[in-house]
Design a protein. Structure first.
Length: 624
């Protein structure tokens, strides 16, 4: 009985606890509901008014964009210069005062009111969005505006550093330039953290490595009332993180030398380290001054450059394509030896012309003919007849195309620039699909001497020579050497050589190709313009016929040296001079000047003096 009473007592106690807990929960819920009712219904108007009257004002503190240096890391190519931008929030201008305020602002900025009206059209004049009125403004102008800011509602300013391109000239195509992000770019890049008013890279290294150069913007937060008056005295500041510094592979001395050697000739020049793929110089002429894009009329300047007939915005080193002409015979020699298509000592007669398919093909290098040519001498004298026969009768289009691709022709350069051309290598199947015509023997003959449909960039030709130097390897060409911390100068990332293409051609064949290219310099077409007492050179000339013209020619020279040095000490130089220039066969002369300047440690003027080329430069000056 006692046990029964005890159990019932425990049960009643538990029921009381549950009952009390239920009352507490219900009471709490009722109190919470009453409080919500009071806040939202009874006092809601007051709270909404306070939220409108007090808000957080956030200003973006732009991060310093990373600087860019040449390979020695002691010469800045691009730095930042302090500057400001003035913004306008149209909706903050009292009604009826728009014209008065904008007229005053125009006077301070030194522009016309119409310039402001163009940036703030009628449909945006009640907008709370911040509109940039003018950038690249000096501190003195900002000081004048600040002193009169009470008379300029809706007007604000912010720091907006501009890029100062210290070294312009031919580096414009390598480095590129920056500009304001567009609406279209924001739509694409918003998820990557880009916002309105960001400055982003538009071309070149500035675009390729924009994320590394950008840094992270800071923030300054203050509590303000509805009129913008600051309530809190101490701002909350998140400092910006500056962008990383870039060290390029470019050697400024060699870049200047190559630029002067090419001169004011439409074309390109490349200096490449074959053992690593590092680009020591990349010149494309004509070039432009990136600092022009810092002005407010940059859009008009860009449109003008875009329409220019000589295409100064085009990087001819990696974006323009040309027939490789007789430089292509380097690939032909490699294919002939590797396929054993012809014995190296087998001779083919060159009478200066060849009839095929009802057409006459002229060996234009030497009209009377070269006589009997073996492989070595055919390359040295650039005998078209020899390579016509070898290509058409002994190799065929498929093998020529296959070996071309082994050298990277018709494929992406994969250089670290946002734009580059893959060039083109034709095949019989392509011609049938494209033109609904069969591939003919004449097509193979044209292809065998680097003419016809074959198209390459100067960088493709540089890679071709690099493969010969490396005996079967091409390293990915690159312009970035290192990424460094801006404050400590600590190396964060170092670019390592990366194989782009690798060939299965036997090493003994590469040795023979190297000897044959050396013979071109000592006893062939480049014997006189490429004569150099400082460094032993090897290479191949090229004269590319422009389609539709029998008297207009591109001038090529592709070479490397020192011939007798390990590949780690060698460099490749390729020069192309377009047919639009007065014909002077300048490419081999320019190439020799670059080698002379590099290995004799001479300036351009000293190099042409040492090589005896001064008379050529004077003769050109007289012609002009």
């Amino acid at each position: 009985m006692a046990e029964y009473i005890r159990r019932n007592s425990i049960k009643i106690s538990r029921n009381n606890q549950i009952y009390i807990l239920t009352i507490i929960v219900v009471f709490s819920f009722i109190c919470y509901a009453l409080k919500l009712f009071s806040m939202q219904i009874l006092d809601g108007r007051n709270y909404r008014q306070q939220s409108r009257n007090i808000s957080s004002q956030v200003k973006i503190i732009p991060a310093q964009r990373g600087e860019i240096f040449d390979r020695n890391a002691n010469l800045p190519l691009v730095i930042n210069t302090d500057s400001f931008a003035v913004d306008l929030i149209p909706a903050e201008i009292p009604e009826g005062y728009y014209d008065t305020i904008t007229l005053k602002l125009a006077k301070y900025l030194g522009i016309s009111k119409k310039d402001i009206d163009r940036k703030v059209p009628a449909n945006l004049r009640r907008s709370f969005s911040s509109i940039e009125i003018r950038g690249n403004i000096s501190f003195d102008v900002i000081s004048n505006i600040a002193e009169n800011v009470s008379d300029l509602p809706g007007v604000s300013w912010r720091a907006k550093p501009i890029r100062n391109y210290v070294e312009t000239g031919s580096l414009s195509h390598v480095i590129g330039y920056v500009g304001d992000i567009t609406k279209e770019e924001i739509n694409i890049m918003y998820n990557q953290g880009y916002k309105a008013n960001n400055i982003i890279g538009k071309t070149g290294i500035e675009k390729q490595y924009d994320k590394e150069l950008q840094g992270v913007s800071g923030r300054e937060s203050r509590t303000v009332d509805v009129r913008g008056h600051i309530i809190s005295d101490v701002p909350i500041i998140e400092p910006p993180i500056p962008g990383k510094n870039l060290i390029l592979t470019i050697d400024s001395r060699i870049q200047t030398l190559a630029e002067q050697a090419l001169g004011e000739r439409v074309g390109a020049a490349i200096v490449l380290k074959p053992a690593s793929g590092e680009v020591l110089a990349m010149v494309s002429y004509p070039f432009y001054d990136q600092n022009l894009f810092n002005s407010d009329d940059s859009a008009e300047l860009y449109a003008k450059l875009l329409k220019a007939s000589n295409q100064p915005l085009l990087n001819r080193a990696v974006n323009a394509v040309y027939p490789p002409a007789s430089t292509f015979k380097t690939i032909m020699v490699s294919a002939i030896l590797s396929e054993k298509a012809l014995a190296a000592d087998k001779k083919i007669e060159c009478s200066g012309r060849m009839e095929y398919g009802g057409r006459i093909f002229n060996c234009h290098i030497k009209v009377p003919g070269h006589g009997y040519m073996d492989l070595k001498n055919a390359l040295a004298q650039s005998c078209d007849v020899y390579f016509w026969v070898a290509g058409r009768d002994n190799l065929g289009v498929d093998k020529i195309a296959s070996y071309s691709k082994e050298f990277g022709f018709g494929q992406s350069l994969e250089i670290d620039l946002p734009a580059k051309s893959s060039g083109f290598i034709p095949t019989a199947q392509w011609k049938e699909r494209r033109y609904h015509e069969k591939w003919l023997g004449g097509d193979t003959m044209n292809m065998s001497i680097g003419q016809g449909y074959t198209l390459v960039t100067p960088m493709h030709v540089a890679n071709m020579i690099a493969m010969v130097c490396n005996k079967g390897k091409i390293y990915k060409p690159h312009l970035l050497k290192e990424i460094r911390e801006p404050k400590t100068n600590k190396v964060i990332k170092e670019i390592k050589p990366e194989v782009l293409h690798e060939s299965n051609i036997e090493e003994s064949i590469w040795t023979e190709v190297q000897k044959d290219l050396r013979y071109v310099i000592t006893d062939g077409t480049a014997q006189y313009p490429m004569n150099n007492k400082v460094v032993q050179l090897a290479g191949k000339t090229g004269t590319a016929e422009v389609s539709g013209s029998s008297d207009s020619w591109h001038s090529w020279m592709a070479a490397y040296g020192p011939f007798d040095a390990p590949v780690e000490e060698q460099i490749v130089v390729v020069v192309l001079v377009e047919a639009v220039n007065d014909w002077e066969w300048w490419a081999p002369y320019a190439t020799n000047i670059i080698f002379q300047g590099i290995f004799a440690d001479q300036t351009y003027d000293e190099a042409i003096e040492s090589l005896g080329f001064k008379y050529l430069v004077k003769a050109r000056s007289r012609m002009e």
